[in-house]
Ligand binder design. Structure first.
Ligand SMILES: Cc1cc2nc3c(=O)[nH]c(=O)nc-3n(C[C@H](O)[C@H](O)[C@H](O)COP(=O)(O)OP(=O)(O)OC[C@H]3O[C@@H](n4cnc5c(N)ncnc54)[C@H](O)[C@@H]3O)c2cc1C
Length: 380
């Protein structure tokens, strides 16, 4: 019988790992990839949806396009994970695996911020971005607060990007002069590992009159008074609140008993969990990189190579470096780039490439090349 590899979650991590394993050993393994959704969408496509640049349909990439040697995709909701027996239950079937990969990402805990559900908006889920697509055209001016409600959170540049893109949106609709924009962030700088990127972002905030409030979180919303309350009790009145909600591991992962301090602990070098034959990649783990697609993808590559070495009795691959490239929307049709490396040196380090119109095409290629690699060339 071929070794059974079960991949839970078809996001950035699960898709890259499945693609690599299929390419390298697809004829010698039985790969099952499970996701509850019928399509994938990039995190950054939520900006396109909320600001009305693309329809929700246009950003969805259907999983039925996955046709790869050795791979079976199942659209099912995972309801139970037993990491010791490597047994998984879904709403439709039971699975047993020889190797199990958890790539279920991070969920949002809206209820952890009192008043947020009633009084705020979030743009971190596609549903939230779709709602904002309806809310924004009705906004006629006032105080806009972009607020981080908990750490860690996905894509550390995203709150800064939201503030800058909001500035563009309000300018385009002729109401920027009737608005104030504030950004509440838990870090001291927008992108702590890259001082140059942080400097460029702070300059962009200053040029656009965006108030940056570092080292704070939004702890609660008072929906009746339209006020955001920070961790030190300061009150920030708002007319539009855009939340980065508190994150948590998916409930099924918490229930499995695999989490330590909220996330799955792994060996930094190869993404193995303490359970033999079980790996955890991407946002669901606590490896020490930010929660972002590029890191999920990098971890997937190392985990895939480690699995191949395990199955084929080969050499262990080069340890995971925790590095990757992030594109940062600066607004005004320009994109910057930061190369970050978390594990190679004594401390994380990021180098910055100045925002430009040319980098817009690089970011587009980042998306289109992955779509082609994971889903094949043709759209429906
Ligand atoms: C606004 C925004 C902008 C972003 N911009 C960028 C960017 O520019 N660059 C970048 O690198 N990252 C960006 N990100 C972050 C990026 O989207 C995530 O970090 C990345 O998707 C994580 O990959 P993952 O594989 O760990 O999890 P995910 O991609 O979230 O995949 C997890 C999968 O598991 C599935 N799942 C969860 N629970 C279950 C269940 N019970 N049963 C079945 N399936 C389940 C989900 O449906 C999902 O498909 C952005 C995020 C946001 C919100």
């Amino acid at each position: 019988m071929k070794p059974r590899i079960l991949v839970l979650g078809a996001g950035f991590g699960g898709l890259e790992l499945t693609t690599m394993l299929s390419e390298e050993i697809g004829d010698r393994v039985a790969l099952t990839l499970i996701d509850k959704n019928e399509s994938f969408y990039f995190g950054f496509s939520k900006f396109d949806v909320m600001f009305g640049n693309k329809t929700p349909k246009a950003v969805k990439i259907a999983y039925k396009r996955i046709i790869k040697p050795g791979v079976k995709f199942c659209q099912e909701t995972i309801t139970n994970i037993d990491p010791v027996a490597k047994r998984v239950t879904t709403d439709k079937a039971n699975y047993e695996a020889d190797i199990l990969v958890i790539a279920l990402g991070a969920d949002y805990d809206i209820a952890a911020t009192p008043g947020l559900a009633e009084g705020g908006n979030e743009f971190y889920s596609l549903k939230g971005a779709e709602r904002l697509r309806e809310v924004l055209p009705a906004f006629k001016g006032g105080k806009v607060v972009v607020g981080v409600c908990g750490a860690p959170f996905k894509c550390p540049p995203a709150p800064s990007e939201a503030a800058l893109l909001m500035h563009d949106y309000l300018l385009k609709h002729g109401i920027r002069n009737k608005c104030e924009i504030s950004l509440v962030m838990p870090f001291g700088l927008p992108i702590p590992p890259s001082p140059d990127t942080s400097k460029a972002l702070l300059r962009a905030f200053e040029e656009r009159n965006i108030q940056f409030i570092p080292k704070h979180l939004v702890k609660a919303i008072d929906p009746s008074r339209h006020v955001a309350i920070t961790d030190v009790g300061n009150e920030m009145p708002f007319d539009l609140f855009l939340a980065i909600p508190k994150h948590r591991a998916p409930e099924v992962v918490e229930k499995s008993g695999m989490t330590v301090n909220g996330w799955i602990a792994v060996e930094k070098t190869n993404l193995k969990t303490k359970y033999p034959g079980v790996y955890a990649i991407g946002d669901v783990n606590s490896v020490g990189t930010p929660k972002a697609g590029v890191f999920a993808e990098g971890a997937a590559k190392v985990a895939a190579k480690t699995i191949i070495a395990e199955l084929e009795k080969g050499e262990e691959p080069t340890p995971y470096k925790g590095d990757g490239i992030c594109y940062v929307e600066f607004g005004d049709g320009r994109v910057g780039k930061v190369n970050v490396d978390f594990f190679s040196g004594p401390s994380p380090f990021g180098s910055y490439t100045e925002a430009s119109v040319d980098l817009v095409a690089d970011k587009q290629y980042f998306g289109s090349s992955r779509e082609e690699r994971w889903f094949g060339k043709f759209r429906d």
